[in-house]
Design a binder for this molecule. Sequence first.
Ligand SMILES: [Zn+2]
Length: 469
Amino acid sequence: MATQPIGYLKLHLYNTLSRKTEVFRPFYPQRVKVYTCGPTVYSSPHIGNFTAYIYWDLLIRTLKANGYIPFRILNLTDVGHLTSDADDGEDKMEKGAKQAGLSVWEVAEHYTKEFLSGYESLHLTPPDRLAKATGYIAEDIKLINVLTDKGYTYETRDGIYYDTSKFPAYPDFARLKLESLKAGARVEFSTEKRHASDFALWKFIQPGDTHAMRWDYLDRPGYPGWHIECSSIIHAELGETIDIHTGGIDHIPVHHTNEIAQSEAAFDRQLAKYWLHCNHLTSEGQKISKSLGNGYTLAELSQKGFSPLDFKMWVLQGHYRSERDFSLANLEAAKIRRLKWRNRLAACYQAQLFSKDSGVANSQDPTTSLEQVKYAVNDDLNSAAAFAIIDQADHVSLDFWQGIEDLFDLDLFTDIEAAQDFALPILEERAIARSEKDYQKSDQLRDQLAEHNLTVLDSPHGQIWQFLS
Ligand SMILES: [Zn+2]
């Protein structure tokens, strides 16, 4: 069976639904249905936008390490919607288009490409299906019709609204206090809204509105509301109840609360069994914002000499539920830590080659340390604890590093073979030069290595090459 525990601990996940850490038990023994709320593709993604996907990549890899076969959908919000949760404000896509001098469709395509290339450079497991919101308008409409038939909606001049008073469980997920919500709400845009927590399922295009993305529904042009796409994509692609739904903690009080209200009212079934939420990322002590310039893109980090994998290392050094503060100094420390791992792996690779050549069997046993690492990630994806174990693990073999790579993919194996092919003849030449006390030649050979980002260490077992950066 697939549900054999790894390490000594069954997979445990913190479930926002119960506010408790629970043993993970999927509906079916092997297949696990996962849905991840994706980005709105209207501007260049920054480090804060990628953090969640790095954590959810660890989730997928951990599920696989436990013998499960995850099937995951990631949505892309390429449809214009509003800047704030409260159904008002400027449309993000329209705003992005205006700024870039492009059409909304071009904006969506351009930033989708940017997001996906960043996603790939971080070595994140591709979703099994990438669902663009604009591909599910018919499903949105079908779902709204179901809700209307069941009496959950009402129409205003502005659009079709969900009547949250008809769904008594509405406040439960986010532990909302509806009274205080009412008192604090500003219901200024749509005065016909019946309750402060009601939300638009569909918006009508008003006369004079230049909103470019529009579809016909109820004989007038309009476009879907903020939250409907996730409910319809989940229903269309994954069915009525899924195992795991992921997002950021800012999704809890509105977006995910509304998803639950839509899906559970329409289908009378629980939307998701486990809800996982990652915490906020701040940068240099502050909320990430354009004006502060602290929302670095991966390209900007690369100009400063950091690989996307250094950033991934930094993200995974912390636990997904803890608040993290990014800084370039912290990123530098993560880069050094990753370099150390790469060099330990390089040393291990060379030792293994040596032991094969000399016929010495490799007596190192990787099992214990790797099992400890897996134990840590099975404890609610505690990558921080896993990394501390990796730092301290010694006498580990290539199998250990392969196991680490399977769980985290930090691209540790990259360039190893090429470096070995390049360095080996030079190291041999250098050994001869040194035995002949030709130190000038030996230094020249060291310089030659340095030009290829390599250096040489003289160890008790002879020379080994290491990466410089
Ligand atoms: Zn969503």
